[in-house]
Write a protein that binds this ligand. Structure first.
Ligand code: SAH
Length: 362
């Protein structure tokens, strides 16, 4: 009997991780406590990365007891870590309370250390070149689960070493709009540990009305758009979402975004042999880049052979290294800012688009 009650309590506990500052103040007020308790708990959770009420020193004992009984803080558990011997890239596998596995990756570079986080379990978009797309979709991550990837990875790595965050792991952030936005609001607060919004980039395959909503939210984060081709026919072949939201509707939304936020957009461009690495692709890309503030992130196509792809996914091949180099040089000659994201963590399947976890337990 007693066990049953405990189980029941567990189920009904309110998860505080993921609440914004405003929500926390409201939560404490509704519970008959002072609003400033919300600020204090906010600072412990997101500033000091504490996930135990008993360590929250300025919270009185009676309240800590109450919080222990009715609330909880932890949303994810670290399942395993793998490190690339070649690049030092670390891949984290986290487990959710309902036993899904999600992944985050830390990418150390000369001048920065970037954490790549997930926003969904799997992804519904089915991009033909992406391992996550091939694994299917289960559910959105909660705001707490989005934040806890940062918390657990930075605790494991070296606190304060993570300088940048990219929302480029599993899932489409703009299809989990509310939780993504709430997580950005949490990162934007002064009391939150470490990262300023200027160092955060949200990557999208292109959901135009959500790009506009993000612009109107005034959060001002940087966005990256997975462009990959300037031609609808080609883009639709490798990214089915393009049939619903084509290039012109996305580019219109992106123009709105950069105007409104005064940021520049990053165009991600994965290079596929003979598919998007030709002269006409180059000229169309230059024309686009000359028309708005942007930079281009060229990404060599990372193998997804570990997913045993079929159909078009199997046919896709990376552009030869030399062609990538020429393409990049020609863009630079036109005065376009280009970065090349050379494969990071390929040996542990932690490179772009390689994140996937079979739903073994579900
Ligand atoms: N859904 C979001 C974010 C996740 S993917 C988006 O589409 O932008 C992050 C980036 O990795 C995207 O630009 C995506 O197109 C790219 N990517 C996916 N699979 C890849 C692969 N196999 N090789 C290289 N880049 C890949």
């Amino acid at each position: 009997m007693i066990t049953q009650i405990t189980e029941q309590e567990k189920i009904s506990k309110t998860v505080l991780k993921g609440l914004t500052l405003k929500e926390l103040k409201e939560f404490f007020e509704a519970a008959g406590e002072k609003r400033y308790r919300g600020e204090q708990v906010f600072e412990w959770m997101y500033g000091h990365l504490i996930d135990n009420f008993d360590q929250m020193e300025n919270i009185p004992k009676y309240l800590r007891k109450k919080l222990n009984s009715f609330c909880e803080l932890i949303t994810l558990k670290l399942h395993s870590v793998e490190e690339s011997k070649i690049t030092g890239t670390r891949k984290y596998i986290f487990e959710t309370k309902d036993n899904f596995k999600i992944e985050s990756v830390i990418i150390p570079e000369a001048k920065r250390t970037t954490l790549c986080i997930s926003t969904q379990v799997g992804c519904p978009l089915d991009c033909k070149f992406c391992a996550t797309g091939l694994m299917g979709y289960k559910r959105n991550l909660t705001t707490g689960e989005i934040f806890d990837q940062f918390l657990l990875a930075s605790k494991d790595y070296k606190l304060s070493q993570i300088t940048n965050i990219v929302y480029m792991g599993m899932g489409e952030p703009l299809l989990n709009f509310n939780n993504t936005l709430k997580s950005l609001k949490i990162f934007s607060e002064e009391k939150t540990r470490g990262i300023s919004l200027k160092k955060i980039t949200v990557s999208t395959a292109g959901i135009p009305h959500k790009i506009i909503e993000l612009a109107d939210s005034q959060i001002g984060v940087k966005i990256a758009f997975s462009l990959h081709s300037l031609f609808d026919e080609t883009r639709s072949k490798i990214m089915p979402i393009n049939k619903k939201y084509n290039l012109s509707s996305n580019l219109e939304a992106i123009r709105y975004y950069v105007n409104k936020t005064k940021t520049r957009v990053t165009f991600e461009y994965v290079m596929f042999n003979d598919l998007n690495d030709r002269e006409d692709d180059f000229h169309a890309l230059v024309k686009l880049c000359k028309s708005l503030p942007c930079k281009v992130n060229v990404i060599p196509f990372n193998s997804i052979a570990h997913m045993f792809p079929t159909g078009i996914s199997k046919e896709l091949k990376p552009s030869p290294k030399q062609r990538i180099e020429e393409f990049v040089q020609k863009l630079r000659d036109k005065g376009i800012t280009v970065t090349v994201r050379f494969t990071q963590g390929d040996d542990i399947a932690a490179a772009c688009g390689q994140l996937a976890y079979k739903f073994e337990n579900n």
